[in-house]
Design a protein around this ligand. Structure first.
Ligand code: SAH
Length: 256
């Protein structure tokens, strides 16, 4: 898969993409990355990419011309890019969107700055995505978030092919179960005995229960779409109800 960014700060991507899983995956050829500098498609001495908004108001907007020229140019070679723009006004990025984007051959991520873009620029986008209901200074972090979330879904990105399977927001629609490492006893907090038992069936049952409890406590909004049996759903609703009334601990370590 090919990821490309178009922004006025192309230098911010490499440090993050160079380390850990993303760095290893790139070196292994799981994905390719190129950061394009929007100023390469300007023609004035100052390489201007912004201008004041018509109608007045604060701040500057990204001009449409360099964006159109850049996209014409970039789309003229290689596979047709799927073009994503970023804006707080966009559709919320989530794991389902990441899964869909992982099926693209070439993703071109266009990052805004300043007060955003001339409205006509959005006609270039196949879709507009938002990270969430807050305003960032630029789209570069959003692009890195998308690359990170999509990349780890690509075949060969994670060392263990299974590790993306029962994570939070996986198709079962539950948060991930609680996990522990050594020491088994730490500052008076003990790892649940079943996890030390070596009994795989009991461990699997405990994990399922833990995932349901955590989802009910922390993200009861996910229960509706979760893949649960009638009994599990009933129990999850009960945990969520008790959490609202303060009867259940709110830290995910529900007593069972
Ligand atoms: N004036 C705009 C915000 C512009 S912020 C508004 O009020 O809607 C500048 C740039 O940062 C945007 O063009 C976008 O690329 C990026 N950005 C800011 N917040 C973002 C968010 N929540 N999700 C994704 N990108 C965001």
């Amino acid at each position: 898969m090919i990821f490309e960014t178009l922004s006025v700060f192309p230098e911010v991507f490499e440090p993050y993409l160079g380390v850990s899983i993303l760095g290893r995956a790139r070196r292994a050829g799981v994905y390719e990355f190129a950061a394009h500098d929007l100023r390469d498609w300007t023609h004035d001495r100052h390489r201007t990419v912004d201008d004041a908004p018509f109608g007045g108001g604060q701040g500057m907007l990204m001009k449409p011309e360099p964006l159109y020229e850049a996209l014409d140019d970039l789309a003229s070679h290689g596979p047709r890019p799927h073009v994503v723009f970023f804006s707080p006004c966009g559709r919320r990025f989530d794991q389902r969107v990441a899964e869909r984007l992982a099926g693209e051959e070439r993703l071109l991520l266009v990052c805004g700055r300043y007060e955003g873009m001339d409205e006509r620029a959005y006609a270039l986008a196949d879709e507009v995505l938002s990270l969430g209901d807050y305003v960032l200074t630029g789209g570069e972090l959003a692009a890195l978030v998308v690359i990170d979330a999509v990349c780890r879904l690509l075949p060969g990105a994670l060392g263990d092919e299974m590790s993306a399977v029962d994570e939070s927001f996986s198709p079962a629609g539950l948060l991930e179960y609680a996990q522990y490492t050594r020491p088994a006893s730490f500052r008076g907090m003990d790892v649940p005995e079943v996890l030390l038992s070596g009994d795989h069936a009991r461990v699997a049952a405990w994990r399922r229960q833990s995932a349901i409890e955590r989802t009910a406590l922390w993200r009861p909004d996910l229960l509706e779409g979760a893949d649960l049996t009638d009994d599990e759903r009933e129990r999850a609703r009960e945990i969520a109800r008790r959490a609202v009334t303060g009867e259940e601990r709110g830290d995910g370590r529900a007593s069972s």
